[in-house]
Design a protein. Structure first.
Length: 141
């Protein structure tokens, strides 16, 4: 399960950001594989519409849940709810939010065999998509 945690920095040792739409970073964390990526929030400097922009970005990352220090504003909340993303309020460090989520969803890490199978499936999907794009580009030339 992939979750996004608003963060004041790009590491697990950073505090969970108290704001959603203008959080400096979004930490995308895969609870099954214990891998994460830090993404700069593209909406943090927006003049207007930051909430819906940030919500759509979180959705594009494939998140099923969002952890933030405060509740998103009404515009962002409407988009988030419409996308079916659960919002969880948490204050503390990102790594503590991860621990809370694993406990909340009773997530056990994948075995190496399960992770290898998952990665092979993802690789096959990527290769198929690349082939599709190459064929489409080949037809245009």
């Amino acid at each position: 399960m992939k979750v996004v945690i608003t963060s004041d920095g790009p590491s697990l040792d950073a505090p969970v950001s108290m704001v959603f739409a203008r959080a400096p970073y979004f930490i995308l964390y895969d609870l099954a594989t214990d891998r994460y990526e830090a993404h700069q929030n593209p909406a943090s400097g927006a003049f207007g519409g930051a909430g819906p922009m940030a919500a759509n970005f979180v959705s594009s990352l494939g998140a099923k849940a969002l952890v933030t220090g405060g509740f998103p504003g009404p515009n962002a909340q409407g988009v988030i709810m419409g996308l079916g993303i659960e919002v969880i309020q948490f204050q503390g460090l990102v790594k503590d939010a991860v621990s809370m989520l694993k406990s909340r969803y009773n997530i056990k890490p994948l075995t190496k065999e399960e992770e290898l199978k998952l990665l092979k499936e993802e690789k096959a999907k990527i290769e198929a998509r690349l082939k599709e794009i190459e064929e489409r580009l080949g037809n245009k030339q």
